[in-house]
Design a protein around this ligand. Structure first.
Ligand code: NAD
Length: 288
């Protein structure tokens, strides 16, 4: 296992987060997920990104157990879903995530989207953090105006913001804002979620050829050059391995400029300011 695979960024509270993690969104098949987690651990991943709404926290726990990795050696992230937001409910949802993940603390807990009660949610998370139950707290899909609202309330700043980011949607303005405010940028959908034609881009192919790397590896390296955490998802052993082989090359300024030219401001996921969607997903379904 290459030592560089374990490289991490330091959050403003001193907690270290591995630069690379395995994302597990849409992995609903228990056996497939358990195998993916075991493969990832074997390859050297030490960071896993799940969420209550993915309904697979318990499978991540099983995968880690079967991989035989001690809890202290892995970094686990989960997220509070929109209909669980608000002060009391966040604490309940947090405990449910701990139970499913079979752990008594989380390395990182995020507000999944800026739902109407996000300020109250954040207050509960600060308390859980101060009680030592979460080592780092952050947000996801927050725009500048959401981050400013937390700041204006005089509350602790998130340590991280996990947002859709890829060469077609680099989020340059938000990226610069976060950099200036000491909030680490974590990229979700780092490869364009498989919805994009990015992986076929001749620009990325040409750059990759220089380093004997695939377009996926070039994209992931681009994120790392920008100082972002990456959590690519795959259930295939060969891709899980491919997505980890990022630490034996780097991109030149010229490469970075060429990749910057791929920006089309295209979002593949939801818009955090889509109030209709936020409202709908903030209503607890009867069977939840
Ligand atoms: P992604 O950009 O990681 O794309 C995943 C898809 O890319 C795979 O399904 C596969 O089709 C393809 N792929 C993966 N590796 C490849 C390779 N080496 N070569 C070719 N194709 C490859 O998209 P994602 O899964 O949506 O995002 C990653 C993680 O981010 C998720 O699993 C989840 O943990 C997190 N996420 C968070 C949010 C949020 O709102 N906070 C939203 C979406 C995803």
């Amino acid at each position: 296992m290459g030592e560089a695979l374990l490289d991490s960024y330091e959050l403003y509270n001193g907690v270290k987060i591995p630069k690379l993690g395995l994302g597990v969104f849409l992995m609903k098949d228990e056996e497939e997920l358990v195998e993916a987690v075991k493969t990832a651990v074997e390859v050297g991943y030490r960071h896993f990104d799940t969420a209550k709404i993915y309904e697979n926290e318990q499978y991540v726990a099983r995968g880690l157990k079967e991989a035989g990795i001690p809890r202290k050696d892995v970094f686990i992230t989960s997220k509070v879903w929109n209909y669980d937001q608000g002060y009391e409910q966040t604490k309940i949802a947090f405990q449910e995530s701990l139970d499913k993940l079979e752990t008594d603390y989380l390395d990182l807990y995020l507000i999944h989207w800026a739902a109407p009660k996000f300020v109250e949610t954040w207050k509960a998370m600060i308390e859980l953090y101060e009680a030592g139950k979460i080592h780092a707290i952050g947000v996801s899909n927050f725009q500048i105006h959401h981050l400013e609202e937390l700041k204006n309330q005089g509350l602790m700043q998130p340590m991280i913001n996990q947002i859709e980011t890829h060469p077609e949607f680099p989020q340059n303005e938000l990226h610069e804002y976060m950099k200036a405010n000491g909030i680490l940028h974590e990229a979700w959908g780092p490869l364009g979620q498989g919805k994009s034609e990015l992986l076929k881009s001749p620009v990325l192919k040409d750059i990759g050829q220089k380093y004997f790397k695939t377009p996926a590896q070039v994209i992931l390296r681009w994120h790392l050059e920008r100082g972002e955490v990456v959590i690519p998802k795959s259930v295939h052993a060969d891709r899980i391995k491919e997505n980890s082989e990022l630490f034996d090359f780097s991109l030149t300024e010229e490469d970075m400029e060429e990749i910057a030219g791929l920006n089309t401001e295209t979002r593949y996921g939801s818009d955090p300011d889509d109030q209709e969607r936020i409202k709908e997903t903030s209503i607890r379904p009867k069977d939840a």
